[in-house]
Design a protein around this ligand. Structure first.
Ligand code: SF4
Length: 193
């Protein structure tokens, strides 16, 4: 951005902030100001290139890291990458949201017991143990060895596996193999939906 353009925009933002005192909705001006602040930070950040982990397309990304704190402040498509030329799908474009910058991301296990309306914080051992027990109980109760024609099928039709959009190709492969090894036939992926 040229110095002249930057001055014009800065004056616009300043005028907008003055108008907020008159009770006008200036959320778009504030968002614009935040964008300018971020753009300024990115200019002085350390930039490194990497590849989106999510699928075999392998789109190129530019990751900007704040010099002092070492924190990631932005991730965007790399315009010089021959595969994506700067563009990203919705999944890749949201990759920044998986970093610590997203204060809304889930970091702990919350459990709501049946017939209750409140959530209780639990540790990961509790969650893994409970999932494993419930999985085994249901699988033992509903495993089908043979179909109507007496053909061996070894499958479970009362359990399904839905993959998250935040897993990469290798994790997808591992979880799909795990689901198939249990005999699950209803296996799908959020990204496809
Ligand atoms: S998930 Fe999207 S952004 Fe990532 S490599 Fe695949 S197509 Fe590209």
């Amino acid at each position: 951005m040229k110095r002249r353009d930057f001055m014009k925009m800065s004056c616009g933002v300043a005028a907008g902030l003055t108008l907020s005192g008159l009770g006008l909705d200036l959320s778009s001006v504030e968002a614009f100001a935040a964008g300018l602040d971020k753009a300024q930070k990115i200019k002085t950040a350390v930039q490194s290139t990497t590849i989106c982990c999510y699928c075999a397309v392998g789109c190129g990304l530019i990751c900007s890291t704040e010099k002092k704190s070492g924190k990631i402040i932005n991730i965007e498509g790399d315009p010089e990458h021959p595969i994506n030329e700067g563009s990203l799908c919705a999944k890749g474009a949201g990759i920044y949201q998986t970093t610590m910058a997203n204060e809304q991301r889930l970091t702990k296990v919350l459990y709501r017991a049946p017939y209750t309306d409140s959530w209780v914080e639990k540790d990961w051992d509790f969650a893994i143990d409970r999932i494993a027990k419930n999985l085994k109980k249901e699988r033992d109760a509903s495993f089908i060895e043979t179909n109507d024609k007496n053909q061996t099928v070894n499958r479970v039709e009362t359990l399904a596996h839905l993959g998250s959009s935040n897993v990469d190709s290798e994790e997808c492969w591992a979880t799909t193999m795990f689901a198939r090894s249990l005999g699950l036939v209803y296996v799908d992926h959020q990204a496809r939906v």
